[in-house]
Every structure is written in C-alpha cells, then in structure tokens.
Design a protein around this ligand. Structure first.
Ligand SMILES: C[S@@+](CC[C@H](N)C(=O)[O-])C[C@H]1O[C@@H](n2cnc3c(N)ncnc32)[C@H](O)[C@@H]1O
Length: 423
C-alpha cells in the first residue's frame, strides 16, 4: 500500500493527458504511487513538473503547479496577458493541434468509461477561428466597475483589458460598456455582471446587467451604449446566418457562441440524419431553428420541440424561409414526448440537442418509443451524452460514431455529434 501524499507535500510528476475537467492528469515518479492519479491545472501531456499537493482522495490527488522541469513539446506561449490568472482559457498553453488531440482523448475516455468502443470517436473538427470566435460573453464587474472574468473554479474576479475568445466587436462593446452598467439595472443594487451579445446583422452589442446577490436579477431589459451612456432597446433583436438561413432571435434565446463552427456542426448533423423526402423527423431542443430549417428542406415534415419563448422566433424564421412543413410544439420536451408516444405517433429520424443536463433516462425511453431508425445527438457535455447513449443502447440503439467539434477553442469544453441506429 502506498501512503497518500498530504496537503503541502511537493511531488515530482510526469503529465500524461488532459482530463475531462480540463486539468492535466499525471502520475508520481516516486516508487509505490503508480496507482494514484494527480490532477494539476495548466500542465501539458509530456511535461515533467513539481506540484504542491492541495488535497488527496483514495485514488487521486489534487495539486498546484510549482515548476515545469521539462516542458512538453505540445506547449506554446499563451497569447493572452491574463492567462495565468483568468479561468477562461484553461488550455491556451497547448498548441491548437494539441488542444484538438486532447479533446478527442477526453471524448474517447468518457465513451470507454460508459462501456463504448473508444475508437468510435473520430478526430475533432477544428474551429475555423482559434481566437475571437465568441459572439456572447458575460463579464464580472468589481465594485469599482472594473470589467473582469472569474478565476478558474473561483468567484474571484480577475480584471481584464482584453479577451481573445471574444469577437472584436463584442470585446470593444462589452469592455467599453462596463462603466455604464449601473444605468442598466432596474434596482439600486450593486451591479455584478454584464452580458453582451454581438448582433452580426447590425454589428451592435446588446447588453444586460445583473445585480449582485440576485439569482434571478430583476431585468431592466437590453441596452446599447455610446459615449453618452446606456440606451434602452425597445426591439432587442439579433440576426445570424446559420447553414445559409437567416435566423432572427431575442438575445436571451440560445444560439451557439461560435457561428463559424456552428455552420460545420449543422452541415455534419444534417448530413448524418440521411433524411429521405418521405421522412417525418422529430427534433428535440430545437431553439430558434438552427437545425430545423435545413432539415425541413429535406424531409416530408419536422416536429420541433422547444420552450415557447424560442419557439416564437423559430416559427417566424421558418415562415421567412418559406417552409410550411414544420409543426412547432412550444412545450417541455419530456411532456411533448409523452404526448406524442401516447398518441402512438412514430418518426423516421430524430435529432436532439439538449442543454448540459442531457435528455435523461425517462426522456431516452420515451424517445425510443417514438422509434426513429436513426438518432443524431448533438451535445455540449460528453458525460451526459455518454449516459444518455448508454440508456438508448438499452433500448436497442447501436452507437455508430461520435464526431467532436471544437466550438470553444482555448477551453476544455467539447461539442459532439453522435449517431445511433436502431438495431
Ligand atoms: C443546447 S440548446 C440547442 C438549441 C438549438 N438546437 C440550437 O442549435 O441553437 C438547448 C435548447 O433546449 C431548450 N430547452 C432546455 N430545456 C428544455 C425543455 N425541458 N423543454 C424544451 N426545451 C428545452 C433551450 O431553450 C435551448 O434552446
């Protein structure tokens, strides 16, 4: 039996991989510690480092980087001056090719942990832009209204002067608006956050402030700013092109933050659906129509399920595109599945794109009752994806492939598109 290291111990480690939580995973060079995994942020596979232990469990140890003794050849100099402190870009110290390899390994590892063949995960589809891809970001403000981002896994605000994830227009609009944030609040509470959404249609940045200590801040609406101050927007609408369609939406609706990578994802997912002109398609978590419209041009009909708020925009977007074969169900996904399967309605194909929580066991069972021959599952959280894929496997679906997409360069987050077929 090896002895567990204690907080404060300095250990020498060989780093081997990037773990699903974005930290580097390594093992100790000391004899007898082979079975322990060490997790150390901001390390690269191939590094030899010293680290200071911060906590130890039965099988793994958390530690903080002290010194890189031998630097991995996968390392690059992070371009951002805030990298050391800011929690936003956890893998900016890896070359872009190494980031993509690390994300593929994360997906493979999670698949294997859920009993799937790790080889089913293909190479990661790169983002067209490695930097300046974000069209939506939230800043945290200090009491003096200095704009910042949070340190990694901490509430501490790190003041920033720039952010290489943000689209240039978004960076300029958000950072420049921080001093006007109190004008955007409905209450006199201290302002804590500032959300910005860049409207590619007009180049404007729409802004919304959040008050400190309010989980659901009383929203005073959306604003734009100029040198004179903040101005309320009576019609806060944004536009984005997705897969050749013009989509209009309110800034509080979900849209992918990386429009160029989204185009690649939509093209891949729609092709993966292999829709025939006679097919009826079920789409769950359909948002403002990102996948719905290209699917509707190929299918006999699409039934799109989404909360009422975004459904309103999805309907308008379909109408503008001249598509009349979409049934919009503005309700909870599981309720809609219960209703559809209760009425014995069946589908030829299904596409789902849930939030981080996934669809869940009940939803997966109901989805399988709708009996689509093929399911395409788009996900931003590989662990809930794998759990849902495992549920669907128990309902006679077979995993065909998983294609990871780099929607969020410089971070450890990974988007995936999985294909399942009915056995
Ligand atoms: C990851 S987004 C995907 C949206 C869309 N597919 C896209 O590509 O833009 C998840 C969507 O699910 C919706 N949503 C979350 N939970 C839901 C539920 N229980 N019922 C219906 N819609 C839900 C959200 O409003 C959001 O639009």
């Amino acid at each position: 039996m090896h002895e567990l290291p204690r907080a404060g111990d300095i250990v020498e480690l060989s780093m081997e991989a990037i773990a699903p939580n974005g930290k580097g995973k390594g093992s100790s060079r000391a004899a007898g510690s082979e079975k322990l995994s060490f997790f150390v942020a901001r390390t690269a596979p191939g590094d030899v480092i010293t680290a200071c232990v911060t906590g130890a469990r039965k099988r793994y140890v958390e530690a903080e980087l002290v010194e890189v003794i031998e630097a991995s050849r996968l390392r690059v100099e992070p371009i951002c001056p805030h990298y050391d402190e800011c929690g936003g870009c956890q893998v900016m110290h890896l070359s872009y090719a190494a980031q993509l390899d690390a994300k593929r390994e994360i997906v493979r590892y999670i698949l294997a942990r859920h009993g799937f063949d790790r080889e089913l995960a293909g190479p990661v589809v790169a983002s067209p832009s490695e930097l300046r891809y974000r069209l939506r970001s939230k800043l945290f403000l200090t009491p003096e209204l200095t704009p910042g981002l949070r340190a990694w896994r901490s509430h501490r605000v790190v003041p920033i002067r720039q952010c290489f994830q943000m689209h240039t227009e978004l960076e300029r609009g958000l950072l420049g608006a921080a001093r006007f944030a109190p004008e955007m609040l409905a209450s006199r509470s201290p302002v804590a956050t500032l959300l910005g959404v860049c409207d590619l249609g007009s180049g404007r940045v729409l802004l919304q402030a959040g008050a400190a200590g309010e989980d659901a801040p009383r929203i005073a609406g959306w604003f734009t700013v100029d040198e004179k101050g903040a101005h309320g927007e009576t019609q806060p609408l944004c536009r984005v092109q997705a897969a050749g369609f013009d989509l209009q939406y309110a800034p509080d609706c979900f849209t992918q933050v990386n429009a160029d990578a989204n185009d690649l994802l939509v093209a891949h997912a729609v092709q993966a659906m292999a829709v025939r002109p006679t097919d009826s398609v079920l789409e769950l978590f359909s948002g403002i129509g990102n996948f719905t419209l290209p699917l509707a041009t190929r299918a006999r009909s699409v039934t799109a399920v989404e909360w009422p708020r975004a459904t309103r925009f999805a309907k308008d977007n379909a109408k503008k595109a001249g598509l009349s074969n979409i049934a919009h169900l503005g309700k909870d996904v599981v309720d809609a599945l219960r209703d559809l399967t209760g009425r014995q309605i069946r589908f030829d194909r299904a596409l789902l794109d849930p939030p981080r929580e996934g669809l869940g066991e009940t939803g997966c069972n109901l989805l399988s009752e709708a009996a689509p021959q093929r399911i395409v599952y788009v996900s931003c959280e590989p662990t809930t994806l794998a759990a849902d894929l495992a549920s669907l496997t128990r309902q006679s679906y077979r995993l065909v492939s998983v294609t990871p997409f780099d929607m969020f360069p410089q971070t450890f987050h990974v988007e995936t598109c999985a294909i399942m077929d009915k056995e």
